[in-house]
Design a protein around this ligand. Structure first.
Ligand code: CDP
Ligand code: CDP
Length: 221
């Protein structure tokens, strides 16, 4: 698999990773990995089973036995379409808590490597460039201000029919960033050699264009 190119896109909550990664994948005809969805699926599954979230062993078991599949833009847990259900803020917050458990991360490791298939992969998350695909041909670290990100997440939630308020969202976002950045296992940080892309004043399409430009240049090296 080592010859199959990977583009790793990492960054904090609502920085636009998913949107940008999917568009880049579409443009290049590459596969796409939404690694955050795996943590969200584990969280949803644990919440539904009433797994005690402080029981690391029990949560890791949920991750090990995660029965999920991806079909186009749809995500299934067992045979249920949970594409929208995993986007709830409660699920995101729980995902960020259980993502700090090293055995949960280990359980999801192999699953993520399996997405690396010809002709290439665009993967987004927190540790794509640092831990999962350290040899990615291109690593990008996307950022945007807390205000811009809260605004983006607000609009997404309202569009999906969830209720949301900006104050709670900004608070959640800041807490999640802190948890993801300060954990000892695969903390959120820019990988060595990553290109930084500050998108507060950019449209998603402008960010996509920049990533494609960097990829074209990286291929020539
Ligand atoms: O995956 P991540 O949580 O980083 O973000 P996302 O789910 O892709 O959500 C980002 C939202 O902001 C989407 O609704 C995008 O259309 C919008 N957006 C963006 O992604 N990038 C910009 N530069 C501006 C807006
Ligand atoms: O959409 P948003 O950026 O808020 O979150 P996500 O990418 O769906 O990920 C949800 C949570 O999973 C994050 O807050 C991280 O704690 C965790 N995660 C992780 O630890 N490592 C990854 N590669 C992806 C997500």
């Amino acid at each position: 698999h080592s010859h199959i190119p990977v583009i790793a896109i990492d960054g904090p909550t609502a920085s636009g990773k998913g949107t940008v990664a999917q568009k880049v994948a579409q443009h290049l005809g590459f596969h796409y990995l939404d690694s955050g969805a795996l943590y969200r699926l584990t969280a949803l599954s644990a919440l539904r089973r009433n797994t005690p979230l402080d029981d690391e062993h029990a949560v890791a078991k949920v991750a090990e036995h995660l029965h999920c599949h991806f079909s186009g833009a749809h995500i299934f847990l067992a045979n249920e379409d949970v594409t929208d259900a995993i986007r709830a803020e409660e699920v995101g917050n729980t995902a960020s808590k259980i993502a700090a458990i090293p055995t949960v991360r280990q359980a999801l490791y192999g699953l993520q490597l399996g997405f690396r298939q010809a002709p290439g992969l665009v993967a987004d998350g927190r540790d794509m460039g640092t831990v999962i695909f350290p040899h990615a041909v291109l690593k990008v670290f996307l950022t945007a201000s807390v205000e811009a990100r809260a605004q983006r997440r607000y609009k997404q939630l309202i569009d999906k029919g969830f209720s949301a308020n900006m104050q709670d969202l900004s608070k959640d976002l800041t807490e999640r960033d802190a948890r993801d950045t300060n954990r000892s296992s695969a903390p959120l940080k820019a990988a060595e050699g990553a290109f930084l892309l500050e998108t507060s004043e950019m449209t998603a399409d402008q960010a996509v264009e920049q990533v494609l430009h960097w990829y074209a240049a990286a291929k020539l090296v």
